[in-house]
Ligand binder design. Sequence first.
Ligand code: ADP
Ligand code: ZN
Length: 349
Amino acid sequence: METIFVKGGTGSSRILAGESLENLKSYIPPSGVFIITDSNVNRIYGKSFPGHPVFVTEPGESSKATETVLSACRWLLDKGAGRDSFILGIGGGIVCDIAGFTASVFMRGVRFGFVATTLLAQVDASVGGKNGVNLDGYKNIIGCFNQPDFVICDTEMLVSLPPEEIKNGLAEAVKHTLIDNRNMFKTIWDNAGEIKELKNTGVLNRLISHSVHVKAAIVNRDENEQGERRKLNLGHTWGHAIEKITGMPHGKAVSIGLVFAARLSEHKGLLKPRDRERLTELLVRLELPTASSTDPMQVLTALLKDKKREADHIHFVMIKSIGRVVVEAIPVRWLQDYVKQHKKDIPAF
Ligand code: ADP
Ligand code: ZN
């Protein structure tokens, strides 16, 4: 087990990589605890939860809504929760978002913690103190920055996840190696098969710790996405647009976005072709997609509609080498020209 500290302006948090659900009791108060989970997680792990009241949401993005937060607040009131209560989210990124936001607004904020049960939540979503829900189809419109007391990352709980969910998390883990390698790129390369199949708990725990370290280091320097935190958007500008158009799972879209970022970086002379090839090969080894059959011009149109557009420039995270990225303001014109000129190559990665 490894403890990684996150210090945001809104408080600090401990990420417990490799901790077990069994030890949860030592992190929460003995009473006044209210659990928020979803029906899948409740069905599989509910019997191992500590004996506190449980609020069960429907799985899926549609639960990430103000209506769910209101229902949870009504439920908390009904159950006699107060200012000194503790909210425990047990689930993936969606449950953590709902639980974290509910805890942040209920009676102006109560303490909270997470048991992150998906790889995506363990390597990404539950770290960093972002909590929020969607509004009218727009993602994370209502939310706040607020750090949970702790996040437990129990790799044993990942065995019940569908393989597709594992891949979602792996794309973000690869993203973290591109931001700060610490030899993890090679570790994933050498152990791709075992990682995919969750066969090597030791390597899996190292992968989770690595991701948490990279993300925590960035959040510690910049909680609010002004400068440094933008690096975490690597692969997401193009990836989000693909996700929006195709409805593809987040991690897969990010994987394609990473390859696009690598291509663009290579085109600008920042990244060696060999490193772009190694990245693509690693994603293939993890059975992640590196190409999309969507028309790149359509992706570009969706991208430009995205909230990340700043006037006539877009902040785009470029890769300099495996382990080094740089945020560049790219003129929209330049990007349009690039995609127009290379649209034949882009789907054929
Ligand atoms: P994320 O955003 O982290 O992918 P979600 O909260 O959307 O997470 O969870 C993805 C799906 O996986 C949901 O249907 C959820 O109920 C389910 N799920 C979460 N954790 C587990 C687990 N440990 N085992 C099986 N299914 C899980
Ligand atoms: Zn992401």
